[in-house]
Design a protein. Sequence first.
Length: 505
Amino acid sequence: MDRLILAHDLGTSADKATLFGEDGTLIGSASHPYPANFLPDGRAEQDPELWWRAAVAATRNLLEGRDASRIAAIAVSGTMMGCLCVDRGGKPLRPHILYCDQRSTAQTERFIERAGEREIYRVSGNRPSPSYTAAKCMWVRENEPDVYRNIHKVVNSKDYLNFRLTGRIATDHTDASGSNLYDLATGCWSEKLMAAAGLDLEKFPDIVPSAGVLGELTREAALAMGLPVGIPVMGGSGDGMCASVGVGSISPGRPYACVGSSAWIAVTTTEPIHDSAMRTITFAHAVPGLFNPMGIMQVGGGNYVWLKSEICREEAARAEKEGRSAYEAMSESASSSPPGANRLLFLPYLMGERTPHWNPLARGGFVGLTMTHTRADLIRAVLEGVTYNLATIIDIFRGVGIDLKDMVMVGGGAKGALWRQITADVFDLDVLKPNHLDEATSIGAAIIAGVGSGIFPGFSVADRFVKIVDRAKPIREHQPAYRRNRALFDKVYKALEPLFPDFAI
């Protein structure tokens, strides 16, 4: 009887438990939601107990009618760049501070003053920012000294769930590399950056391999979840790096684009990429000895969601009556607009921007709008605007000599054939659609679990899970319009950049 692998994906709003077979078959999945608390001053927190309850509920729902004794390995992925302070018993001392929390701007500025922005980027691979663990932990030390004093370890979401599963507190290299406190060159916590941040090294956990066995499922956890005692649990990985494994980007040269609410493009390399303008960032890869350079948009597919809600209500209502996706109807409409959207541009900066501008004050907008433009042009311009911005990441990677031959595309944005074709045309790359568009993170966790437990001989088994079902090739006749619009897109941003502060609320 084939063994099964259990993967958990702790997201911002839910935990998803997924079962896979040894042959890469998706057996089933179940999700259980939980809230996040968005508070004044850019604060975002979560109760870690909700993660555990959701993981228990999702696992029990998933196992209903299935033989739990077949489960041979477990791995967890989770949101990165957070700050969960736990005591010696693993009990949270305060709510978890989420990656999107922006309260620690002042701490970030002091961190930069002490260590230097370029030095932090050089060592950690990431620009100093309130998004990272370092600044969040500095905020706790300065504003909640009693909490800081009692910290045993600072961990992330998947680390806490791993503790509840095994009783052991640790993290892995991917999550450590999302802290602004990790040295990519040595694979260890950076004493220099810790000192500059004024943080205590002993408050940060041991770093284990993603595919290393962290421990075994305890009796308490097994009883709660309805699982056998003693199942091996791996170190796991941050969600972004799990996605890299889950799309098959496990060796140098295979890039992928994930277009969900946000969007990013990542590659796998043998060395970190240090962009002279600090536009891209680099994480440790879940595969030992490799790295995950990437560029991240603040809002990717979220622009399309906004368009549906605010401008394309007619298409959405019609699609609902017809029993199909609103995005499918929007895509059909956009296909009647030519490449370049009749010279209409959309700036996709509805919540500021990270790569390439790193400008929280950047704003979105349509530029070039005339009486002759149609709703179809507006829809196409949004698809193209997101793609133009992502193309700057491609340019950065090409500029440092990374040879890009094709691009795997996942996430909700990959469902539309038109968007995949626009991406192929703008990137001048073949764009590949895999069989699973929304499961990359879960697949990555499953592969990590299988490798760590010995079920799989190595990460190359990703080919069992990832099958390419469609390929969009660049259409040469479309590219002149896209080259012209891309150049104009860059000019428009530069022209408007000095005005963005005037629009800040």
